[in-house]
Design a protein around this ligand. Structure first.
Ligand SMILES: NC(=O)c1ccc[n+]([C@@H]2O[C@H](COP(=O)([O-])OP(=O)(O)OC[C@H]3O[C@@H](n4cnc5c(N)ncnc54)[C@H](O)[C@@H]3O)[C@@H](O)[C@H]2O)c1
Length: 309
């Protein structure tokens, strides 16, 4: 019998890649997405898309009971830091209540849930680099706070139900299908600037660092975490500054455009880098794609997407 999986947020950037990997592994996949920031066009034709808000607990429970999935990948989220500041109530509703609803619905068929939290927005600026999972979070935004609260539900539900639910704290994910129109996603934003021959703004004068991880590596980590309980940093352990991202993408594009330098925006972290030893040890996972190759792959794919749109 074919194994079934549910991907919440499967019409989003990362979720749509999770859907593709599950289909390639032979799963029958149901996507739950309200299309608030997602795009139905990203969802592979072989998957079933159900337009549903995860805040609607009865509808979600009925769907999970009908599908009887073997695994749930929970990526649906209010994923914008800016929106979380403007509307912390909705951020909390989707990221905390929505996650609780997913955990409750999973109980009917004992499906393990893999929850995507954030490594970037959780640890704050004072954390040692690279930051390990044992560091007590000090989020700077409602988004970081709601992800941390949701993590607590995932861990508590795992303990009380005996179903192994996992938390994956993602670094700065980049890759094909990332939207260049959000406030984050610097790789997609820079790629769009290069494609349209426009100079970007390098905030913090190009010096802030992040732990950039290729979306294909994130997908393999999420699949490895299914059926495990625990909290895992999913990143590369390598710090890369924004100026290097711009220069590597410029090389991939074969273009030279002088960027504009600007001050860091309020609330932005200066450095972020995650310790991934636990994921290597317990999941047998490590990021395989070095940033220079990942950026070249991403630029090529995004240019095709820009040309189609
Ligand atoms: N992109 C990153 O660098 C990054 C880093 C850390 C964590 N994450 C987390 O990974 C997950 C996926 O991120 P992404 O970059 O693909 O974001 P995304 O915004 O592209 O995808 C989120 C998806 O969830 C859907 N969604 C939002 N609210 C919903 C609701 N109430 N009900 C049903 N669906 C809803 C959206 O329509 C969208 O398709 C999110 O949980 C995000 O917080 C992402």
């Amino acid at each position: 019998m074919t194994s079934r999986a549910i991907v919440t947020g499967g019409a989003g950037f990362i979720g749509s890649h999770v859907v593709d990997a599950l289909l390639a592994d032979g799963y029958a996949v149901t996507v739950v997405d309200d299309l608030s920031s997602g795009d139905a066009a990203r969802v592979a034709g072989a998957a079933k898309l159900v337009e549903l808000d995860i805040v609607d607990a009865p509808a979600l429970e009925a769907l999970v009971a009908e599908v009887q999935p073997r695994a749930i990948f929970h990526l649906a989220a209010q994923s914008s830091v800016v929106v979380s500041v403007e509307n912390p109530g909705r951020d909390c509703e989707v990221n905390v209540r929505g996650t609780l609803n997913v955990l409750e619905a999973a109980g009917c068929c004992k499906a393990p849930v893999v929850f995507t939290s954030t490594g970037g927005a959780l640890y704050g600026d004072e954390a040692p680099m690279p930051t390990g999972e044992e560091r007590i979070p000090a989020p700077l935004s409602p988004y970081g706070a709601s992800k941390w609260a949701a993590e607590a539900y995932v861990n508590t539900w795992s303990l009380s139900s005996g179903i192994p639910h996992a938390v994956c704290r993602l670094g700065n994910v980049y890759g094909p299908r990332q939207s260049p129109h959000g406030e984050a996603g610097v790789v997609a934003i820079f790629s769009n600037h290069l494609y349209t021959d426009r100079a970007p703004k390098l905030f913090g004068h190009g010096t802030p660092t992040r732990d950039y991880v290729y979306v294909g590596d994130v997908v393999s980590a999420l699949l490895s975490a299914s059926g495990r309980s625990g909290t895992y940093n999913i990143a590369t352990g390598v710090e890369t500054d924004v100026a290097t991202v711009w220069s590597d993408l410029s090389k991939a594009a074969g273009k030279q455009i002088e960027p504009e330098l600007a001050d860091l925006r309020p609330g932005e972290l200066t450095h972020s880098c995650l310790d991934t030893a636990r994921a290597q040890r317990e999941l047998g996972w490590r990021a395989e794609v070095p940033i220079s190759r990942g950026l070249a792959l991403t630029y090529e794919a995004l240019v095709e997407e820009f040309e189609r749109s």
